[in-house]
Write a protein that binds this ligand. Structure first.
Ligand code: FES
Length: 212
């Protein structure tokens, strides 16, 4: 029998192209559409996440910028140099020439991860002109138990009324009550006249000068 006979009964004849095959979607195009949809979905999902992250990190970003700008650009903050000395805005000439101590309040900017408090009072120091024509500074906190040390004009010394610690004007202790002498602080005199100070507090009731 002729294999090409039109009355063949075979059921496995190949599919014939029809007009409906024009709607068939090629595999590559389908993949692209899915990829695009996933990509757009990812972007839409990321927007609120990134916005929230920026909001959360905003204090840190602003803090970093403030550090880069420096206090000089912040009119409400203290003026501080790269070594941590703050400008006390006290002229050497304004201190008594005879070495009488002068109490001066110290301000600084308090910064943590989320807050910045400008020009906060952090302590008080005794400033006095020294024999070299410079300035000596002592923290007014008593090294005994933390009361405030006064200048006692009648004795021309420093005196703590809480337990009667006494110190001379060089800060050396004059009796056995305090465990150490007064805490002297580092001072710079800039431009020959302005007093800058590195303020620190120290632990009380110890013979060692340990910063807190
Ligand atoms: S706290 Fe100053 S003498 Fe005790």
């Amino acid at each position: 029998m002729d294999s090409a006979s039109p009355d063949s009964t075979s059921t496995e004849s190949p599919a014939q192209p029809t007009g409906e095959t024009a709607a068939f979607e090629p595999p590559r195009r389908g993949f692209f559409v899915k990829f695009l949809a996933a990509f757009l979905g990812m972007i839409v999902g990321a927007v609120p996440f990134v916005t929230g992250l920026l909001f959360f990190l905003d204090p840190l970003i602003r803090r970093g910028k403030a550090t880069q700008d420096g206090a000089m650009n912040n009119p409400d903050g203290v003026e501080k140099d790269e070594d941590g000395f703050v400008n006390l805005k006290v002229a050497v000439d304004a201190l008594p020439a005879d070495g009488t101590p002068q109490a001066v309040k110290v301000h600084d900017d308090k910064v943590d991860a989320w807050n910045k408090f400008l020009n906060v009072e952090v302590g008080t120091v005794w400033l006095l002109r020294n024999e070299q024509g410079g300035v000596t500074a002592f923290n007014t906190v008593c090294p005994h138990l933390g009361c405030s040390v006064d200048y006692r004009q009648s004795n021309d010394d420093f005196y703590c009324p809480c337990h009667q610690s006494a110190f001379d004007l060089k800060g050396s202790k004059l009796n056995q009550i305090p465990p150490r002498s007064m805490d002297q602080l580092k001072v710079k005199v800039k431009d020959g006249k302005n007093v800058w100070l590195k303020f620190q507090n120290f632990r009380g009731a110890t013979t060692e000068k340990i910063p807190t």
